[in-house]
Design a protein around this ligand. Sequence first.
Ligand SMILES: Cc1cc2nc3c(=O)[nH]c(=O)nc-3n(C[C@H](O)[C@H](O)[C@H](O)COP(=O)(O)O)c2cc1C
Ligand SMILES: C=C(O[C@@H]1CC(C(=O)O)=C[C@@H](OP(=O)(O)O)[C@H]1O)C(=O)O
Length: 390
Amino acid sequence: MRYLTAGESHGPQLTAIVEGVPAGVPITAEDINSDLARRQKGHGRGRRMQIEKDQVQILSGVRHGATLGSPIALVVENKDWTHWTKIMGIEPITEEDAKEVKRQITRPRPGHADLNGAIKYGHRDMRNVLERSSARETTVRVAVGAVAKKILAELGITIVGHVREIGGIKAERQGYKDLEDLRKVTEESPVRCYDEEAGQKMMNAIDSAKENGDSIGGVVEVIVEGMPPGVGSYVHYDRKLDAKIAGAVLSINAFKGVEFGIGFEAARKPGSEVHDEIAWSKEKGYYRTTNRLGGFEGGMTTGMPIVVKGVMKPIPTLYKPLQSVDIESKEPFSASIERSDSCAVPAASVVAESVVAWEVANALIEQFGIDRLDLIKENVENMRKYAREF
Ligand SMILES: Cc1cc2nc3c(=O)[nH]c(=O)nc-3n(C[C@H](O)[C@H](O)[C@H](O)COP(=O)(O)O)c2cc1C
Ligand SMILES: C=C(O[C@@H]1CC(C(=O)O)=C[C@@H](OP(=O)(O)O)[C@H]1O)C(=O)O
């Protein structure tokens, strides 16, 4: 499967074309809309989220609630667009408007794509960069992920993204029974965190960062349960599933690090405290007595839950801006202030869930079939049975 997204943050709409989704996957706009709504929530979001009410239109590839096998076109409108028609320059403008509209953004924000993007494309107006580098694009990536999650659900695979840490405040691991419970509890939390006490502290930290004109980042975690073993590859570098997931997580705006299982801690421990011992039982087949490697050995799934964490840096746009240089005058200035989120880690945990769902679904389809969900289901079930008895 593959997909492409298009759309500017303040343009009329965001679009995704998704290709290679097998026929027979049940999907409705409501399935996608519930994930779009999850991405819009979260303590620390800015005013833009009060304007948008993200809803998908499925324009092709689906009939009567099931995929056809043909390309799926997904569209999400930007409600804010109506306030930006002149600035975005699609409509003709009056002479009177021209001065205001032509006002260029010439003060790059440290930490955003403004300066590098402007140099790359030769844009003197950095709006030409920020419109597309904005994480508004993650809206349609979540829509695409919702399609992938429908495939996973059909194959008996569950996935949940949630928040482990914000501004140095960590959620403890206890506090949920299983993934269903984790999903339920985190949906009710304004920071998508299962640890209520830590969640409250996270909210306070977000509020005080906002009051100080600052921003904070954090750590999100995605857990995938129900994968058969042996999905991915030890043969080809570009088919290693852990590497693909890592790349997908790092592709989310503001993500700077990824770890599986105990991750970087592995560098500080002996092998006997890192590798997971192998056991076998009639019901489970082969399993690991621990899951410190987070569900991967040799670029392939072990059958244990995939546990991947991603680090999100603080949002670059600060109401108390950092020093920068005006690209016209070359004089030092405080960077431009755009309306902004002060923390988007909760929203980003939904984006992470979506991009991981895509990579996992894609790997399953590559390995177990291409065109028809019913055949893929059969193949995955056979693999599970084979692996149990192997
Ligand atoms: C859900 C989400 C919301 C974001 N909101 C903002 C924002 O309001 N203001 C901002 O400056 N950056 C925001 N970012 C981060 C920037 O998009 C990101 O830092 C920028 O694209 C530069 O890319 P890089 O940080 O990966 O280098 C957000 C990121 C995500 C995932
Ligand atoms: C619009 C979204 O996030 C945006 C991501 C973003 C950025 O620079 O990444 C900047 C802000 O855009 P605006 O200036 O229009 O308020 C955020 O609101 C969204 O998540 O849907």
